[in-house]
Design a protein around this ligand. Structure first.
Ligand SMILES: [Zn+2]
Length: 472
């Protein structure tokens, strides 16, 4: 039993997030998986172009659903985050054409400098840059969508060999990986090796990330999935290729789902949670409404949020806050400004749920069958959103049935998840401070009453948004 616990703790420690990086909502993140103690290191880069979701979702799943047990995997899943949320090739022009030269005034300058410094890090042995490309690359012309002019389902090299100590025979490695990937695959999703022969006059490819890498004596490959495939099928294709590279480089991994398209689809949507203010507020994204009203936002401090999903972020827009997962806008938070309680330990609250005593922390989710009440807590007031009783400001002590909630105030479109918001009396100002939120999820089946933990502290990505000066 003890050993099991230790190994779980160790696994958590193996994932570290780049501490030096900016924590602004659209800065790219670097995630280091593995022991850090020897073995080869592959750097995987997703999201260089924001309209190629197969690549950046594959990179993200490596972080959320893989464990590296030998060797190291470094991942940047969201290199061009502004272009990801804009669904554009490049918010400021094509980032993959700025590696040979970039103007000092270019808004992408910092991104280029940061990613170049990661690529040239002495620990990095191989670089994989993920793309979704048009059609299917095939050596001979078959039709408009299949031929040498297309990019999809290919592993790309700039030249056959480079001068470097490790993984220098790009052509041989690429052919072995492609053979490994194609073993047992149908023709449609099979891969080919494409050599752009960049140094022989391909001026466009000479500006790219992989060409920069090989100029720095780093083994580098482009990986393309076909835009003709569904998003989940592209992700599956990318992961098959990345795994073949990992096997080639002796990097041992475990994956928590299978690579068929339906399983990939589920994996893409099962890790979409976000928490605000040190886990005082939690939002699950499953069936969340496209607008959440009266969302508590601090007047005085930045809106900080944490998530385990590197493609989830929050962006201010028109006095509101948009929550994105990759290039999908999940919901818009319409703020209501409060002072947020800074107490180090937010209160624990006692609920009576279907006759059972349940103690919950802020940011947790309680599953209930029929009814709920809050045991009054000295110095605090509770407000259930979507329930009101004339003349009552503090709703502690009232037994509220599922049918007493007004459905349109629910957090989710199914109409069964509601917010209980807690406020601490502030005797100094005679006002009150927002202390946190507990979500009540009424079951539509026989799920037993329980408290569900919202977020684990390990492997979070923490970002923050400055609140506009006018709200202070
Ligand atoms: Zn691309």
């Amino acid at each position: 039993m003890k050993r099991l616990l230790l190994s779980i703790l160790l696994c958590c420690c193996l994932l570290s997030t780049d501490a030096t990086a900016s924590n602004s909502p659209l800065a790219f993140s670097l995630h280091k998986l593995g022991s850090g103690k020897g073995g080869n290191t592959i750097l995987v880069i997703g999201g260089i172009q924001g309209d190629e979701p197969g690549g950046f979702h594959a990179a993200s799943l490596l972080i959320t659903h893989y464990t590296i047990e030998g060797g190291n995997l470094w991942i940047v899943p969201n290199l061009n985050f502004p272009s990801i949320i804009n669904r554009s090739r490049g918010a400021n022009g094509d980032l993959n054409r700025k590696f040979a030269a970039i103007a000092a005034t270019d808004p992408d300058l910092e991104v280029i400098q940061r990613i170049k410094s990661i690529i040239v890090n002495p620990n990095v042995d191989m670089v994989l840059n993920l793309h979704d490309g048009s059609g299917y690359y095939r050596e001979k012309y078959q039709d408009d969508m299949h031929g040498p002019h297309r990019w999809g389902q290919s592993v790309i090299i700039d030249q056959e060999n480079i001068e470097t100590a490790k993984f220098s025979d790009l052509g041989d490695i690429g052919r072995k990986v492609v053979a490994n990937v194609n073993n047992g695959q149908g023709e449609k999703t099979s891969y080919r090796l494409k050599n752009t022969k960049t140094s022989e006059g391909d001026t466009e490819m000479a500006k790219s990330l992989t060409y920069f890498a090989i100029k720095q004596h780093k083994s580098a490959f482009g990986i393309e999935a076909s835009k003709s495939l569904s998003k989940a099928a592209r992700v599956s294709s990318h992961l098959r290729v990345i795994e073949a590279f990992m096997r080639y480089a002796g990097i041992h991994f475990k994956r928590s789902f299978s690579l068929d398209v339906a399983s990939v689809e589920r994996a893409l949507s099962d890790n979409r949670q976000i928490a605000f203010y040190d886990n005082r507020v939690y939002l699950g994204m499953e069936n969340i409404r496209n607008k959440v009203n009266y969302f508590p936002v601090s007047r005085k401090r930045a809106l900080d949020f944490s998530t385990r999903n590197p493609l989830i972020t929050v962006v201010p827009s028109n006095q509101k806050f948009d929550v994105f997962h990759g290039n999908e806008k999940i919901t818009t938070l319409s703020p209501e400004y409060f002072d947020v309680d800074e107490a180090e330990h937010p209160p624990k609250v006692r609920f009576l749920v279907d006759g059972q005593v349940i103690d919950a922390k802020m940011g947790q989710v309680i599953r209930a069958q029929k009814q709920i009440s809050v045991v009054p807590l000295k110095g605090y007031r509770v407000n259930f959103i979507g329930f009101s009783q004339r003349g009552t400001r503090d709703e502690a002590g009232i037994t509220i049935k599922k049918k007493d909630f007004i459905k349109r105030y629910s957090l989710n479109t199914k109409g069964n998840v509601f917010r209980a918001e807690f406020y601490r009396n502030d005797p100094k100002t005679n006002g009150e401070k927002f202390a946190g939120m507990v979500n009540i999820s009424f079951a539509d089946d026989n799920t037993p009453t329980q408290v569900a933990a919202a977020m684990l502290p390990e492997s979070e990505i923490i970002r923050e948004i400055a609140i506009p000066e006018t709200k202070k």
